[in-house]
Ligand binder design. Structure first.
Ligand code: 26Q
Length: 830
């Protein structure tokens, strides 16, 4: 049997080399002897793509034939990262390709590095969408993603000599992208501005004038793990409807001739790099309407092919709105049903409210999406009653009448619940519209969902009842976030559990089987050795990219996420300074007894977020001083790794001993990197916030390091800051000392940092002063725990073993069963 298998494998390897060489010659039009790593990557990718295409076609055909109810995930962000490694693993072809590529004189590891990340997202929300696609395919669920094909993804981050963040464009499509299939025949017209008129007896509306733009589909194949099912991510590109204006051209006005085509192409040119703020930009609203209109038209066309009556739409279609960004889909579907399908308002509304589901990702008031009425009015005209803004007004009127009926005379309540916020200008509250137009609303972790119910959606809970407001705790795909990024650990787990990896990767609760081995010294040693090699891999990366040498015998302490005041990178860097000052004050003998620590930061700041950028500058300049100090550098060093990305996360996460998730309680909706670190055996230092709480519930509080005030205290503390302020010196002398040292210029011109330090000295909205001392004691507890290496490794194993709950497979099945009512539809293996 073994001979038989290896013969097959040989055949596989032969056919792989043949297919790769074939692509070199025919697709790339190059000579096989004259190819570099990039060429080898492209040829290998095209060869893998051939495999994906077969499965993708079979899957789409199977779905069409079986006609199950389908789900659609509308997200303005899909933070996919690289594809080749993931596709090889999901197809089960990695070792064959490794051999085949080697036979051609290349190393698979090297050519994988050639791929650019698809970075069409800012952070957590976009990466969550990518994990859900992987899980939907792996669980055989008929789900498609819909998004935009931005020409430029999230900006590339550079760090200037002064330590400032600089932004450069991310031209990720400059090398051709083998993972997408242009569908030049799948297009829709989308219209902006212009005006609508009633025609004929029926009073149907037609729209004329304005700007017409073409939406062109690009399909990205999403392979499942250990299944033939390969789902689809459809991304829209905007194109001018007409090439250029011939009249202007003939009149010699060449600029004018291409003006409209430029503005059409602009719609999908760039991802907005802001998470949590900045509303009111016309182009962003245009993106949202362009994308929802094209996606809905496409979904409707597919539904119509079934030949079912429109009243059955919700029996065949469920649409998940990833945050409020696609909320215009609600009035758009109303427009289609009323204007084009000629349904009565009530009937249309019933269909709409049975089709959409809405996920909220934040309770921060400043992050709730609002759009000025005049802007919407301008973009989506309201000449006739059936147009968007009028539709929004009509939805609002009917809704408020129902509220008035239930709570007569409660004008404040009406004002709070209205879709329209009074003021100059009036604003459309997208979260209210999304809530009113949806079947169900969910938050992304238990605490967060509870906060949704008790704060931003309190009135709506009182109106609709609590059952409309539920929770689906986020998850992560263990394929990318363990098997792919930490192959050695994956192998050790399969060996220890005595099962094939596809089994536990698709039923992550199986990891609990590791608990039985925590007392096995040999297993623990292997576990620890893998962590050590992952630390060396990260050190090697830092050495080759930044030319810096990292001490791999120190504890690796990692905080990687978007820069934001609520995430409190500032607390971390002030803690580092405190540690530095403490070390400086010690004798050399005392220092030797301390636990050496290397601190890593990575993350991007929104380009206009001044305080976040100043935090980066402080981190970079503290690193310069600390890493250069001969007294302390063996005990404490600090690195800010530029241009954080999915690929960088894949190197950082497996290398971490401890990671920090230290948001002010009640502010981080869930967090998902916390789950990734723990899955890779890193311990967690965090606040009682978001999914940290559920992680602690799973692994036991003795295996995590918690600190800080709890959510119910936050509001009171903020009130005290405003009305009974206490100087930092009194609250935390240690912190006051740190702030003074920064001001005094220990890390270069102190004045530069005053605006940042003043956010703490003054209103301190995110409670740095209140949590600082407890944070420092938590850090000390981490040090103490790390001294007992054996016990630390046990904690690490226990943590990984209890991560079953956080697989995105669990989350996606929850959506499938409790929200969308869709069924697993496996493609038979031929
Ligand atoms: C909205 C309008 C205009 C411009 C930008 C935006 C915008 C863009 C991105 C608003 C928010 C985002 C991203 C939010 C985000 O990533 N939230 C995170 O979602 C994760 C997945 O649920 C959670 O784990 C994190 O807690 C949450 O912060």
């Amino acid at each position: 049997i073994w001979k038989e298998c290896s013969r097959h494998l040989d055949e596989d390897v032969q056919s792989i080399t043949k297919s790769v060489v074939n692509h070199v010659q025919t697709s790339l039009a190059r000579q096989a002897y004259n190819i570099d790593d990039l060429g080898a990557y492209q040829a290998a990718a095209l060869s893998v793509r051939d495999n994906l295409l077969v499965n993708w076609n079979d899957t789409q055909l199977h779905y069409t034939r079986k006609a199950p109810k389908r789900a659609y995930y509308l997200s303005l962000e899909f933070l996919m990262g690289r594809t080749l490694d993931n596709a090889l693993l999901n197809l089960g072809l990695k070792s064959q390709y490794k051999d085949g590529i080697k036979e051609l004189g290349f190393s698979l590891e090297d050519i994988l590095e050639q791929e650019r990340d698809a970075a069409l997202g800012n952070g957590g929300l976009g990466r969550l969408a990518a994990c859900y696609l992987d899980s939907s395919a792996s669980q055989d669920l008929p789900l498609w993603g819909y998004g935009l094909r931005y020409k430029y993804g999230i900006f590339q981050q550079l760090i200037s000599p002064e330590g400032n963040q600089l932004e450069a464009p991310d031209p990720w499509l400059d090398n051709q992208n083998p993972w997408e299939l242009p569908r030049l025949d799948v297009t829709y017209d989308v219209r902006f501005y212009g005006h609508a008129e009633r025609i004929g007896e029926t009073g149907r509306a037609t729209w004329s004038g304005g700007q017409e733009v073409l939406a062109v589909a690009y399909d990205v194949m999403i392979p499942g793990c250990g299944t033939k099912n390969t789902n689809n991510l459809r991304l829209w590109e905007s194109k001018p409807k007409r090439g250029f204006d011939l009249n202007s051209f003939n009149a010699g006005n060449y600029e004018g001739a291409v003006e409209s085509s430029n503005s059409a192409a602009a719609i999908t040119s760039v991802l907005y790099p802001n998470d949590h703020t900045t509303f009111g930009k016309e182009l962003r609203l245009k993106q949202q309407y362009f994308w929802t209109a094209a996606s809905l038209a496409d979904i409707l066309r597919r539904f119509k092919n079934l030949g079912k009556p429109i009243s059955e739409f919700p029996d065949f279609v469920a649409i998940q709105l990833n945050d409020t960004h696609p909320t215009l889909a609600i009035p758009e579907l109303m427009r289609i049903l009323v204007d084009e399908e000629e349904l009565r308002w009530d009937k249309a509304w019933e269909i709409v409210t049975n089709t959409f589901f809405f996920t909220n990702h934040t309770v921060l008031p400043e992050a709730l999406e609002k759009w000025p009425v005049p802007l919407l009015e301008h973009l989506l005209p309201r000449r006739v009653p059936e147009r968007h803004l009028q539709i929004i007004y009509d939805i609002n009127m009917q809704f408020l009448q129902a509220v008035e009926k239930k709570f007569p005379g409660d004008r404040d309540r009406l004002a709070r619940m209205s879709i329209i916020e009074e003021g100059v200008p009036k604003q459309v509250r997208m979260a209210n519209l999304a809530c009113i137009g949806d079947r169900k609303v969910n938050g992304v972790a238990e605490l967060h969902s509870e906060l949704v119910r008790t704060t931003i959606m309190k009135d709506f809970v009182e109106f609709y009842g609590v059952s409309k407001f539920a929770n689906v705790t986020n998850g992560i795909t263990p394929r990318r976030w363990l098997d792919q990024c930490n192959p050695e650990l994956s192998t050790l787990i399969s060996k220890t559990l005595g099962i094939d990896k596809t089994v536990w990767l698709k039923d992550l609760t199986k990891l609990e089987g590791l608990l039985a081995h925590t007392e096995d010294k040999k297993f623990r040693d292997e576990w620890a050795a893998i962590k050590q090699r992952n630390k060396e891999r990260l050190a090697h990366h830092v050495q080759t990219t930044l030319g810096l040498t990292v001490n791999t015998h120190a504890m690796f302490d990692v905080q990687i996420k978007r820069l934001h005041e609520y995430k409190r990178q500032t607390l971390n860097i002030l803690g580092v300074i405190h540690r530095y000052l403490t070390l400086k004050a010690m004798t050399p003998e005392e220092r030797k007894k301390t636990n050496p620590r290397v601190v890593f930061f990575a993350g991007k700041a929104a380009p206009a977020y001044y305080i976040a950028k100043l935090t980066i500058r402080l981190i970079v300049n503290v690193a310069r001083v600390i890493n250069d100090d001969p007294d302390t550098k063996n005990y404490l060093s600090l690195y800010f790794l530029p241009d954080y990305s999915v690929s960088l996360a894949e190197v950082l996460i497996p290398a971490s001993d401890i990671s920090q998730h230290i948001s002010t309680a009640g502010t981080e909706a869930s967090g998902t990197s916390n789950m990734k670190f723990c899955l890779n055996g890193g311990l967690l230092l965090g606040t009682v916030d978001g999914a940290n709480i559920e992680i602690a519930e799973e692994v036991g509080e003795s295996n995590v390091f918690f600190f800080g005030h709890l959510t119910p205290a936050v509001e009171d503390l903020r009130y005290q800051h405003l009305y009974h302020p206490v100087p930092v010196e009194e609250k935390s002398p240690a912190l006051a000392n740190v702030l003074n040292q920064v001001s005094a210029g220990l890390f270069g011109d102190g004045g530069v940092y005053e605006p940042l330090l003043n956010t703490i000295r003054q209103s301190d909205y995110y409670l740095i002063t209140d949590d600082f001392d407890s944070y420092i004691s938590a850090l000390n507890m981490v040090d103490e725990a790390y001294l007992d290496k054996d016990e630390w490794v046990k904690k690490s194993i226990r943590t990984t073993a209890k991560m079953g709950k956080f697989s995105s497979d669990r989350a996606i099945m929850d959506y499938a069963q409790e929200y969308w009512n869709i069924e697993q539809t496996p493609v038979p293996s031929s």
